[in-house]
Design a protein around this ligand. Structure first.
Ligand code: PEP
Ligand code: MN
Length: 284
């Protein structure tokens, strides 16, 4: 039988046990990880309000783009270094880990200084020089699926990083382009159990880019956790209507809080635990 896949190190044929690594106290791949925060860091007040709120819920990771890959060159491109500083300062006050996107090889060192996990965006999934350079990084990499990429191409992108020596890769399904335009992308929920069967790497879901519609974020997140995802990365904003990017898909803070008890119940059915343990959920 020759079922050898083109990717090797990331495959279950190479290593059958789930890859687990600890970041900021969370055993990613074992505990379910929750990463939440705005699409982009906008100003000090925004990021400190959101961070404080997440910290109260015991969320362990904040996300926020400082270098933003925007479709239009005229859209807000992010606060860059200033944004990274604001994000790190806010996170440090509450002991949160930081996730932010690295768009190019020459920015890896800077992103490493301010973050705990480096995000590779959908548009960069096939930026092979970037992937190769991340293979030498000491930071874990959150690798989004390319919006037009097959699962095989995605796993081969992960193989670039792992074969370079960095085994700490988290795959992230974030929806793909199809003929359907009622949602921003078409979320491939089936990718979660399929990737789990093909690879030992952890896989999480981004329901925000995946749907583009805030009211779809909770139901789709429930589905992903039920389907075996290792966590979620969700956009939340203190004032979604004023957001400089992705406001329509950003949850209101209370909307985010309200979905947590259900997520915990679904996790429990799987004999899993989320890394947050909010008082809210504990009192249920
Ligand atoms: C984001 O997380 O804000 C983002 C730009 O994601 P993606 O690369 O999946 O579009
Ligand atoms: Mn976004």
């Amino acid at each position: 039988m020759n079922s050898r896949k083109p990717y090797q190190l990331v495959s279950r044929e190479w290593k059958n046990s789930d890859t687990v690594f600890e970041v900021n106290g969370t055993k990613i791949g074992q505990d379910l990880v929750m990463i939440a925060g705005p699409c982009a860091v906008e100003n000090q007040e925004q990021i400190s309000t959101i961070t404080e709120f997440l910290a109260k819920l015991n969320v362990k990771f904040i996300r926020g783009g400082a270098y933003k890959p925007r479709t239009s060159p005229y859209s807000f491109q992010g606060l860059k270094t200033e944004g990274l500083k604001l994000l790190r300062d806010a996170a440090d006050k509450h002991g949160l880990g930081v996730v932010s996107e690295v768009m190019s090889e020459d920015k890896i060192a800077e992103l490493e200084e301010y973050t705990d996990i480096l995000q590779v965006g959908t548009r960069n999934m096939q930026n092979y020089p970037l992937l190769r350079a991340l293979g030498k990084s000491k930071h874990p990499v959150l690798l989004k699926r390319g919006m037009s990429s097959t699962i095989e191409e995605w796993l081969l992108a992960a193989e670039y990083i792992v074969s370079g020596g960095n085994e700490r890769v988290i795959l992230c399904e974030r929806g793909i382009r199809t003929f359907e335009n009622a949602t921003r992308n078409t979320l491939d929920i089936a990718a979660i159990p399929l990737v789990k069967s093909l690879s030992h790497l952890p896989i999480i879901l981004d329901p925000s880019q995946g749907t583009g519609i805030r009211d779809l974020v909770a139901p789709v997140s429930f589905a992903a956790i039920a389907a075996g995802a290792d966590g979620l990365i969700i956009e939340v904003h203190n004032q979604p209507a004023e957001a400089l990017s992705d406001g329509d898909q950003s949850l209101y803070l209370d909307q985010f809080k309200d979905m947590l008890p259900t997520l915990e119940k679904i996790a429990e059915i799987r004999n899993k635990q989320f890394d947050f343990q909010s008082e809210l959920t504990l009192s249920h």
